[in-house]
Design a protein around this ligand. Sequence first.
Ligand code: NAD
Length: 292
Amino acid sequence: MQRVLVVGAGFMGAGIAQVCAQAGHQVSLMDVKPEALNRAMEGMKTSVGKLASKGLINDNPGAVLARVTPVDSLESAASADWVLEAALEIESLKLELFAELDRLAKPGTPLASNTSSIPISRLAAATSHPERVLGLHFFGPVPLMGLVEVVKGDKTSDEVFERSMAFVRALGKHPVRVGRDIPGFVMNRVFAAAFREAVDLVANGVTTPEDLDAGMRLGYGWAAGPFEVVDNAGLDTFVLIDRFLQSMGEADLVARCDLVEKMAEQGRLGRKVGKGFYDYTPEGKRVLRKEE
Ligand SMILES: NC(=O)c1ccc[n+]([C@@H]2O[C@H](COP(=O)([O-])OP(=O)(O)OC[C@H]3O[C@@H](n4cnc5c(N)ncnc54)[C@H](O)[C@@H]3O)[C@@H](O)[C@H]2O)c1
């Protein structure tokens, strides 16, 4: 058993806390918004219950949930063996968090970010121990997705990198090595290429999200098409990632039209609000989008 502090209790943080608790770790889940913590704890209860009823976890659901403590400050960083940051994709916010976490955490505790686009080396530069900073990039929904990118910053030590590979394996996930700190890492660069093309094809009236998603599932064996993936991830999160990558001069990586930004402005943020590229019933069932 190790002590883990997860910072940010949104879509990703809640899932990360859950898989750490499922692996037997004692987890503090921190957020600045009490409603995010409440939502995370409720969501976890449902998810752990479902996994247990399908026989996908061996532990008693109550025991898993009892290992997660919601907290409203970073103080438990002092006793943490691992710190996993999954707050909003805003560089200034993450820089502040890393400076504070570096001050609080004991030496040797790895400080990992779940960032999708911000270079790990920039976050590490906010700390006095850049050798313990790295990327642990989970995929959502975290309890269901089998991989984590393990990203080496310019100064991440080999010891911390290898310890993190083992930590990810012990969570039951496949660690994908990212040996160099490049924007978008590996998986998001590949996904961005497909999504950028998909958005162009839909924006130009060549096809629809439903047909393209079905095509990728049936023709290429994807578990979900690109529009389904973005609806699950949240269009607001995608807008933040795109803006950051553009600010880094990586405009080629992101969607070429402003369709996603417009939809986010209209409140079509994806599955979490019941509407995105698709609409969703209150039970979360995907249905074709109603024109507004
Ligand atoms: N959504 C995805 O599919 C996905 C996949 C991989 C990585 N990521 C990355 O994971 C991170 C979180 O994304 P998300 O989709 O969970 O976002 P989210 O909006 O669902 O959750 C972010 C949470 O951070 C909290 N927060 C804001 N300021 C904070 C602070 N100072 N301290 C603690 N918590 C704070 C917010 O209250 C919110 O609950 C981002 O860096 C994102 O790029 C997202």
